[in-house]
Design a protein around this ligand. Structure first.
Ligand SMILES: Nc1ncnc2c1ncn2[C@@H]1O[C@H](COP(=O)(O)OP(=O)(O)OP(=O)(O)O)[C@@H](O)[C@H]1O
Length: 236
């Protein structure tokens, strides 16, 4: 089977500091893959490189049969690879509705109104607050908005970078339920999370990135079932 996202030998960094040292990673259609690793391991850098937000030094990225190595982020979005970045990054001075509408700026523009309605159905709070400035929404509401804005582009693969960061335990539960529902609806998801236990519960496969290299790839059960791996990489 050809992977939906196929990353081979990805290398890169900042200035002269190498952060990714030849990473291979695949996500299949409809699959949920957890990308784990300690702070500074290179997870966000990998996401940025895959999405054309940071140049790679070497390696290849193929997505949905297309070579996206070194592609401009506009073309990455057009292809259906959508990222919800770490820290939400909503446009604080735009309304909730305007933030949503910007999600379909490059892709699925003709279905914008219908997709806004879909998002209001999934996230009723966003309908209630559609005229409110996004920057005045609570942290949890902003995270919902960031995900909804990503979904507005009708992703084929959604990369979620730390979606549960800073949320209360109840909202974390809701967030993981939502992510599972998205995957069950056929969306492929690459999930970057510090919340290791819950990520592995819902993931089909997992990767552990340490110091810019993949140290484990396989089934969540293999990772959790090995005392050595758990202790070495998960702190569990
Ligand atoms: N813009 C930048 N300029 C210079 N160094 C950077 C930049 N962004 C990240 N780095 C460095 O690259 C390394 C990897 O950072 P990255 O954010 O990819 O890690 P991460 O695995 O996502 O970590 P975390 O879980 O803490 O978010 C870190 O050492 C970081 O300091």
């Amino acid at each position: 089977m050809t992977a939906l996202l196929d990353i081979q030998g990805l290398r890169g960094g900042y200035g002269r500091v190498e952060v990714l040292r030849g990473v291979d990673l695949q996500v299949n259609a409809g699959e949920m893959v957890a990308l784990l690793g300690s702070n500074g391991a290179g997870k966000s850098t990998l996401n940025k490189m895959v999405c054309g937000l940071c140049p790679a030094w070497g390696g290849n990225v193929r997505f949905d049969g297309k070579d996206l190595s070194g592609a401009h982020y506009r073309d990455v979005v057009k292809a259906g690879l959508i990222q919800v970045p770490e820290g939400r990054k909503v446009f604080p001075n735009l309304s909730v509705l305007e933030n949503l509408e910007l999600g379909s700026f490059t892709r699925a523009r003709e279905r914008r109104a219908a997709n806004v309605e879909k998002m209001f159905h999934i996230f009723p709070r966003l309908r209630e607050r559609m005229a409110q400035h996004a920057g005045t929404m609570s942290g949890g509401e902003q995270q919902m908005l960031a995900i909804a804005r990503g979904l507005m582009a009708e992703p084929v693969l959604l990369i979620l970078d730390e979606p549960s960061l800073g949320l209360s335990p109840r909202l974390v539960e809701e967030m993981f339920t939502l992510i599972r529902e998205l995957r069950d609806g056929g969306l492929a998801v690459l999930l970057v999370e510090q919340n290791v236990g819950q990520s592995l519960e819902i993931a089909d496969r997992a990767y552990v990135l340490e110091n810019g290299s993949v140290r484990f790839s396989g089934l969540p059960g293999e990772l959790l079932g090995s005392d050595e791996l758990r202790r070495a990489y998960l702190g569990l």
